[in-house]
Write a protein that binds this ligand. Structure first.
Ligand SMILES: [Zn+2]
Length: 262
């Protein structure tokens, strides 16, 4: 019943709150495996043909709203990202990878890795990156951001624990890449998984921007440190994804605490 009510509100919302795509488009993906390459390239080509250009988080936030900007990002930790580097190059994509620093495959035990993929509910190729592969992704000109150490719901942890989850992860990623890690995306991405206190902590501890994953927020008036992203489903058609992107879901999300996009 609850599901049905959500679906009615969602469909009504699609009719009344659908708008033209904004110039700044933040998208996020998770794994990128060979069976996704075609759909990924098609999506990127679609936006490139319309004048959108991919860029790092800081360039995206600094660009004027009149410029068509595409922020392509990936969350979690998958070996497949490294294998997909030639695809990204072919599509001329500069992406941001928000990485969990716990499950590197040359450092974490099989149990830790298995628990990690259970926690993020991923059942594709359950192989995380090695530290060398992450370094290579960074050396290829992509941005590495922090997605916390273990991928817990940060807002449910004590401040001591989230401090460790964020600070340690930043240090580990900086050591691997030799770069300052200044971008953060919080695990699970919805409003209830983060807090004002956590945001202030991030901005006071070396991060310049925080990425959310609350769909339907691409129309929100921008500030200089928040990147709103909508998920691009590689198994859906471009049209279905574009419908998701064009929903202004701010009201829906505030009323229901749920995403306006399926
Ligand atoms: Zn995640």
């Amino acid at each position: 019943m609850k599901q049905k009510i959500f679906s009615v509100i969602k469909n009504t919302h699609k009719v009344f709150a659908s708008r033209e795509l904004p110039n700044h488009l933040g998208l996020y993906f998770h794994a990128l495996e060979p069976q996704h390459y075609k759909a990924f390239s098609r999506a990127i080509n679609h936006f490139t043909a319309q004048g959108y250009k991919t860029m790092s988080s800081s360039s995206y936030l600094a660009a004027p709203q009149t410029q068509k900007c595409l922020f392509i990002s990936f969350d979690d930790n998958y070996k497949g990202w490294h294998s997909a580097l030639p695809v990204l190059k072919q599509c001329d994509v500069t992406a941001t990878f928000y990485v969990n620093s716990l499950p590197f495959r040359n450092e974490a035990s099989d149990d830790v890795i298995s628990d990690y993929f259970d926690r993020i509910d991923y059942h594709g190729e359950r192989i995380p990156l090695s530290v060398e592969e992450l370094k290579e992704i960074s050396d290829n000109g992509h941005e590495i951001g922090c997605h916390s150490h273990s991928h817990f719901v940060l807002s449910s942890l004590s401040s001591d624990l989230w401090d460790t989850e964020i600070r340690c992860s930043k240090e580990i990623l900086e050591k691997i890449t030799g770069q300052d890690i200044t971008s953060f995306s919080y695990p699970y991405g919805m409003r209830r998984h983060f807090s004002g206190e956590l945001k202030t902590y991030c901005l006071q501890n070396g991060f310049t921007n925080v990425a959310a994953a609350i769909p339907g927020m691409l129309y929100k008036k921008p500030d200089s440190y928040t990147i709103h992203r909508t998920r691009w489903h590689l198994h859906n058609t471009i049209e279905e994804n574009l419908t998701d992107l064009s929903i202004d879901g701010q009201l829906f999300e505030r009323l229901t605490g749920k995403s306006a996009v399926g």
